[in-house]
Design a binder for this molecule. Sequence first.
Ligand SMILES: C[S@@+](CC[C@H](N)C(=O)[O-])C[C@H]1O[C@@H](n2cnc3c(N)ncnc32)[C@H](O)[C@@H]1O
Length: 249
Amino acid sequence: MQLRKLLRYGYRSLTGEPHEKRDFSFYVMNQLAKWLDMRIYNKHTNWQDDRDFLAVMRRFDPRYPRIKERQFFLYNLARSLRHLPGETAECGALGGASSHVIMSAFEDDRPHHIFDSFSGLSEPTEHDKPETTEVRALQAGEFASPLEATRRNLAEHPHAVFYKGWIPERFDEVADKQFCLVSVDVDFYEPTRDSVLFFFPRLVAGGALVCDDYGFSTCPGAKKAMDEAAESLGRKVIHVPTGQGLILK
Ligand SMILES: C[S@@+](CC[C@H](N)C(=O)[O-])C[C@H]1O[C@@H](n2cnc3c(N)ncnc32)[C@H](O)[C@@H]1O
């Protein structure tokens, strides 16, 4: 049955309408993905081809190959919050890609606060152990990138403010500020918990906190921290299919 379908699609891709060639490629790739217990995106979504977003990312990295779904989602989320007052922040910036996404989306000079050890991940707790050994456990010290490199990468954004140190050591320096968007991307339980509990009360009405690691089997502690914090704040996490989790104010 599958073979007949494959032959029929294959024949049509050679003789039929232009879209049939694409349909055939998609069919073959989809079957292969299913066989490997994976999946590929719907062939009719068009976010992958968003030229404006690609241009934004090529400013950050001229060799940026193709749109990454989490960055695309973050960009659209940030753009939808531009009308709000309040500043923006990121906990866990590494080389600065998602901070670039946020500041490019806002297109104004409101301060963007960046908190990072610039020495990589902190120590994991027992909550950070993946459920199965088929998933690699992240280690302390991974994702280390020097502050100066991130500063250089974000040179086009003079309103970026850097706070080097272990979360939450330097949070008190922004304790009197209000935020409309906070991105949390620190992978493990403790810094995710500390970031959410500090920043959520400082979000303006309509603001959002997004956790980049929420739906990843490599980061069970981030999910636990978000769920517990949301519960204590009387909120539910919105789990989006990119793997991100959001809490709205
Ligand atoms: C996965 S990377 C972030 C990726 C980044 N958002 C991007 O756009 O590429 C995680 C970052 O969190 C930082 N980090 C992890 N745990 C931390 C902690 N406890 N305190 C401060 N920074 C931390 C690491 O140094 C690293 O830069």
